[in-house]
Design a protein around this ligand. Structure first.
Ligand SMILES: Cc1cc2nc3c(=O)[nH]c(=O)nc-3n(C[C@H](O)[C@H](O)[C@H](O)COP(=O)(O)O)c2cc1C
Length: 195
């Protein structure tokens, strides 16, 4: 028996990420986001959605500068990511308040949060307003990863990154589960010409 649930943008599960951009005075702004998705392979792009009807200094800074970074906090950084998603840069120096620091990104005019182990640098290529939110698509122009999360092939290892999985239905932060199968291999058992 299925039940009908209250309408909402279903965003569970998804990583909690941190978008960062410089304001007009060169100060680093950051906010935590759950509305995030990869949207193109060629060129590599991702899209975030920020509430344009609410207090969002980071949105203003991204639209002003045309650039942003996306950083992936690890589960040990859940309290810091939570605060960055609760306080506004209009009222708080929240990056400093959580003890984080920033460096200018290599390829775009946006801040990299040094304490985050995986950061994607993006230049804004499109914006679309949908309802309350502004969708911002960024072309990925650089990716920086801490050596500590790389495997022997130089690929980042999600088990080492240990990202925060945000559960909007329960308002909870969860850990990622372990590997269960190989993608693009597990389904081969259903192929007609399987050996
Ligand atoms: C886990 C989590 C996820 C969030 N996801 C989003 C989101 O996808 N879009 C959005 O507009 N705000 C989101 N927020 C709220 C903003 O991060 C928050 O309003 C922040 O204070 C804005 O800061 P700013 O004014 O410095 O930009 C989220 C907050 C948390 C804690």
């Amino acid at each position: 028996m299925k039940k009908t649930l209250k309408l909402r943008a279903v965003v569970s599960p998804t990583p909690a990420i941190i978008a960062a951009a410089y304001d007009e005075n060169g100060k680093a702004d950051a906010c935590t986001l759950a509305f995030y998705t990869p949207t193109s392979h060629k060129p590599p792009c991702l899209t975030i959605a920020i509430n344009a009807t609410a207090k969002r200094k980071t949105l203003k800074s991204i639209l002003r500068s045309g650039a942003f970074t996306i950083g992936y906090p690890s589960i040990e950084q859940a309290a810091e990511a939570d605060w960055i998603g609760m306080a506004s840069g209009y009222d708080h120096d929240k990056i400093a308040e959580v003890g984080w620091t920033t460096t200018k990104a290599e390829k775009v005019d946006a801040p990299v949060i040094n304490e985050l182990k995986l950061t994607v640098e993006c230049k804004v290529v499109n914006t679309v307003d949908i309802g309350s939110h502004t969708q911002i698509t960024g072309e990925v122009v650089n990716i920086q990863a801490d050596e500590s999360i790389l495997d022997e092939r130089g690929k980042y290892d999600l088990a080492k990154l240990n990202p925060i999985i945000y559960d909007e239905e329960q308002f909870a932060y969860r850990t990622l589960g372990g590997k269960t199968a190989d993608a693009f291999k597990a389904g081969l058992r259903f192929r007609d010409d399987r050996p």
